[in-house]
Design a protein around this ligand. Structure first.
Ligand SMILES: [Zn+2]
Length: 239
């Protein structure tokens, strides 16, 4: 089934408005849409190329309902959402993802901080040393968008390069690593929004970090120092 077929079929159940869909090589798994001249056009991440028909149909339900701000009929979008969180889906796309992630550096030793050391410390102090080490990376991007992320299916933990500095206390970096590792351990509600990822249970666990409040204040300052509007509201997950 082609992408367009999937969107047209599902769309005919929802609206009379015309719809168009094409693949786009976004760096992350994301999709966008816009409406103009009575046509709703989707740019769909090309990571989903080659998925089974039922997943493509489920994706069309998911995006068409979101774009039309309609509640998706029970179970229609779930298959897609589950599928793209599996290791199997991502393993087949690992090379493609890494080839696009030019802002990631997998050398844990930075100029001031070493992510290996930070991981070992956080793992033993907060998790009894039981966590398996993910791939550790520094990411160069605006801290306004995120100060770290955890890509669960690929097990990549990335921290914003801005925290590789001796002007920022090490516990701030430890807090970001702790937060991202929590994503690996706390059972969160299935969903894609940041709010469902950071469940109440997640936030309670997050507060168990020794310097929680100071670390949050530092992160607010770090983001604020970039002279961009807005405040850090926590840490944005990747998937
Ligand atoms: Zn998070």
């Amino acid at each position: 089934m082609s992408l367009t077929d999937a969107f047209r079929t599902v769309n005919s159940r929802l609206s009379k408005e015309r719809v168009r869909a094409s693949f786009y090589p976004y760096k992350e798994l994301k999709h966008t849409w816009r409406a103009s001249d009575g046509v709703l056009s989707f740019k769909v991440s090309d990571y989903v190329k080659g998925v089974p028909d039922e997943i493509m149909t489920s994706l069309a339900w998911y995006l068409l309902c979101r774009a039309r701000r309609k509640e998706c009929p029970e179970g229609m979008s779930q298959e897609y959402r589950n599928h793209v969180r599996t290791q199997q889906f991502w393993e087949a796309r690992r090379q493609l993802y890494l080839s696009r992630a030019k802002n990631l550096s997998f050398r844990p030793r930075g100029s001031a901080r070493n992510l290996e050391d930070v991981f070992s410390y956080v793992n033993s102090y907060y998790f009894g040393g039981v966590l398996e080490k993910p791939e550790l990376a520094w990411v160069r991007e605006s801290p306004r968008s995120r100060v770290g992320f955890y890509h669960a299916p690929l097990r990549i933990l990335a921290v914003n390069r801005i925290l590789d500095s001796d002007k920022i206390p090490r516990f701030v970096l430890e807090f970001v690593v702790y937060h991202e590792l929590l994503h690996d351990t706390v059972n969160h509600v299935d969903g894609v929004s940041r709010r469902t990822y950071h469940t109440r249970e997640f936030r309670l666990r997050e507060r168990e970090f020794s310097n929680h409040d100071e670390a949050q204040e530092w992160l607010t300052r770090v983001v604020g120092d970039q002279n961009r509007p807005g405040r850090a509201k926590g840490i944005v997950p990747q998937v």
